[in-house]
Design a protein around this ligand. Structure first.
Ligand SMILES: [Zn+2]
Length: 683
């Protein structure tokens, strides 16, 4: 689905895929969250020299003891906690599905879950839920009819039909909600998949075509017809991919900002009646909009006016079916899993149904289910403690900025203004999203999915012309992740990420500042990374840097870029550090800020060694243990192309090798791998 923002939210970790737990016994719902400490000696491998490979020293035990479950593409401390959160939600949902005298929220989440768990009914329905959509596409006989139908397809179905359309904050005036038209229309995870010529990429495209054929045959198409449609789909998508900006290009907010009138858009792509298109989406009378990639829109126009009508129909059919496949009968779901999880990411087994369904409720009714989660897991004390930690880290950032030797007083004034304007959002929204107009039926999973999609779409389009809702969250409360939003100028930490082993109320400050403190510092530093620094205190795209300061900043981030480009992800694929630089800078700056805040918080206290580790060593081991992970090589190849985060080992070793306080704590000497030369420091 189209991401409403033109660039992804800058978050602390990669989006987690399906999550699971592997054990001999079938999993059961959890009635309480399990506890693991935020510093765990069994996660370490003390046979490794911390000055040679600190990541392995801190995480070697975890890596050995936590093989990747069969239904996972990768496994990490974050993924494991996310699974526990899910398993806990599973218990809540089972209860909400069964009990009587339910609140409206319990009815919605309980019935949604129940409809998803009822695989007998889902299988019996076969492809029935998408038949009206397919009939509509089959009835399109002329080019004009195909093009006109794009409006209602976008409005009614969640498919990637040629381009993305939605709403978002105006980059230049963040107080305004505007229409955005973006690239889209692809089935594979990145444009590069269509353009690379190495053997693995060529083979993957063949497998993708086979998937399209398989899916279309499941809807009753003949083998011959399905082959023709699959070939046409790949051809159209390749043309769209060629015209799309790369992920690295999209990191430049100026490159994706092209305000124009609807009349100007009409000239760019004359075959679509844009006024009608926006009216059908529920936004009549749109005057101006951001066309993020004008060259891409031209390619859409070219495809719509030159491809055979039959080819266009085949493309639309596939995108309708693949978007719905996960909520249809088993053969559709299996085909979808086999390609996107097994082939693409190397995952051997489908997740158990309860995981699929818990995720589905979180996706569609996240702030309804989130209320249930928060009430049971997130204490007022944790909220108060983590809020205080956030404020201390902001104070550390203030002192860092004030003392920078490379920044002029003018730029410092603007930087501090921005820092002080950042809003801290901890745990969950002050006001919950209202789902009362969304109908949820206990026996209609596909219908629930469709209605949720339309509810979410209507909610987005409805924002036009209204003030920006500063209370809004981009992640649901149980999510194990965090983010900074440059246009809202806020940092957001869902309740799901503020739990053991990441935030541990039972342990002392050293591992907590090392882990959660570094996460808070990470999000805060995003406000001043290569992308975030281009937005001001109001969240507007405005250059507040003197040219000399901007140059000094660039020199500093180039140091980090060069360092990370040297790390290998898998095979001979290196980190694409032009893509990961924002995250790498956030990791480096955020960790240092957490360390400074911890030192200040504990100043005057007599800290003692525990288990043979000095207080400083405990800070650093705790800091590293959030990042322990195992990954399948297939998934690493996807990550190398699409993930703006570096792999775990680089996120730890890349950071500590630039921090003298770490090197002192472990006695690392110049020339050892954990002492990077030169020392990179941005913030
Ligand atoms: Zn981040």
């Amino acid at each position: 689905m189209f991401v409403k923002r033109l660039f992804a939210l800058a978050c602390v970790c990669a989006a987690l895929g399906a999550v699971a737990q592997q054990s001999a016994q079938p999993a059961q719902p959890l009635t309480a969250m399990p506890y693991s400490p935020s510093l765990d000696l069994t996660n370490m491998d003390k046979s490794v020299d911390p000055c040679v490979d600190f990541y392995k020293y801190a995480c070697g035990g975890w890596i050995k003891n936590n093989p990747i479950p069969a239904d996972q593409a990768s496994w990490s401390v974050y993924a494991k906690l996310a699974t526990e959160n899910q398993q806990f939600l599973w218990g809540i949902l089972e209860e909400d599905a069964k009990m009587t005298n339910r609140t409206p929220v319990q009815q919605k989440v309980g019935d949604y879950f129940e409809s998803c768990m009822n695989t007998a009914a889902i299988d019996a329905a076969g492809d029935k839920p998408i038949l009206p959509g397919l009939a509509k596409i089959d009835a399109l006989k002329t080019r004009a009819q195909v093009i006109a139908a794009l409006s209602s397809l976008h409005h009614e179905y969640g498919g990637a039909f040629f381009f993305g359309a939605g709403t978002g904050q105006d980059s230049v005036d963040s107080s305004l909600m505007i229409v955005e038209l973006g690239s889209g229309g692809l089935g594979l995870p990145d444009r590069d998949y269509y353009l690379k010529t190495d053997a693995k990429s060529v083979r993957l495209r063949e497998q993708y075509v086979a998937y399209i054929e398989q899916l279309l045959q499941l809807t009753g198409e003949s083998a011959e017809q399905a082959k023709a449609d699959a070939t046409a789909t790949l051809k159209i998508e390749t043309a769209l991919a060629t015209a799309s900006l790369t992920r690295v290009q999209r990191r430049d907010p100026h490159a994706t900002y092209h305000m124009m009138t609807v009349a100007e858009l009409q000239k760019l792509a004359p075959s679509i009646n844009w006024e009608m298109f926006f009216k059908v989406q529920g936004a009549p009378g749109v005057a101006k909009l951001n066309v993020s990639q004008p060259e891409f829109v031209k390619a859409v126009e070219s495809e719509l006016t030159t491809e055979d009508v039959a080819a266009l129909r085949g493309y639309l059919r596939f995108h309708l079916v693949t978007a719905a496949a996960g909520s249809l009968a088993h053969p559709f779901e299996q085909a979808n899993f086999d390609f996107f999880s097994k082939t693409l990411r190397g995952v051997p087994a489908m997740p158990p149904r309860w995981k699929t369904c818990t995720r589905a409720v979180d996706r569609s009714l996240g702030e309804a289910l989130g209320q249930e989660f928060v009430a049971r897991t997130f204490t007022a004390e944790t909220k108060a403690r983590t809020r205080l930690m956030t404020e201390q880290i902001e104070t550390a950032m203030q002192h860092e900025i004030e003392n920078l030797d490379w920044m002029s007083p003018e730029t410092k004034t603007e930087a501090l203004r921005k820092l002080h304007a950042i809003r801290n959002k901890i745990g969950y929204p002050d006001k919950w999203r209202d789902y009362s107009t969304l109908e949820v039926k206990r026996d209609d999973y596909a219908g629930n999915t469709m209605r949720s999609f339309r509810f979410a779409q209507a909610r987005q389009w409805n924002k036009l012309g209204k003030p920006v809702d500063l209370n809004e969250w981009g992640m649901t409360p149980p999510t194990v992740n965090a983010y900074f939003n440059p246009q809202m100028n806020d940092i957001n930490f869902p309740a799901g990420v503020l739990q053991p082993p990441l935030y541990d109320p039972k342990l002392d400050d050293a591992p907590n500042y090392g882990q959660t403190g570094a996460t808070i510092g990470h999000e805060l530093t995003h406000a001043f990374d290569d992308e975030g620094r281009q937005f001001d205190a109001k969240g507007n795209l405005r250059d507040w840097w003197t040219p000399t300061d901007a140059k000094s900043f660039e020199e500093r981030i180039n140091c980090v870029r060069d360092q990370y480009a040297g790390y290998t992800i898998v095979d001979d694929i290196h980190i694409q550090s032009k893509l990961t630089i924002g995250e790498d800078v956030a990791d480096l700056g955020g960790t240092l800020l957490a360390y400074i805040a911890w030192k200040k918080e504990t100043a005057g206290q007599t800290l003692t060694s525990v288990d043979g580790f000095t207080p400083d060593q405990r800070f650093w081991v705790g800091m590293a243990q959030w990042a322990c992970e195992n990954d399948r090589p297939e998934n690493l190849r996807v990550s190398a192309m699409t993930n703006p985060h570096s792999p775990g080992f680089a996120r730890i070793n890349g950071v500590v090798s630039n921090i003298p306080q770490f090197q002192q704590a472990f006695g690392c000497k110049a020339g050892q791998p954990m002492v990077h030369t030169p020392t990179c420091k941005v913030w």
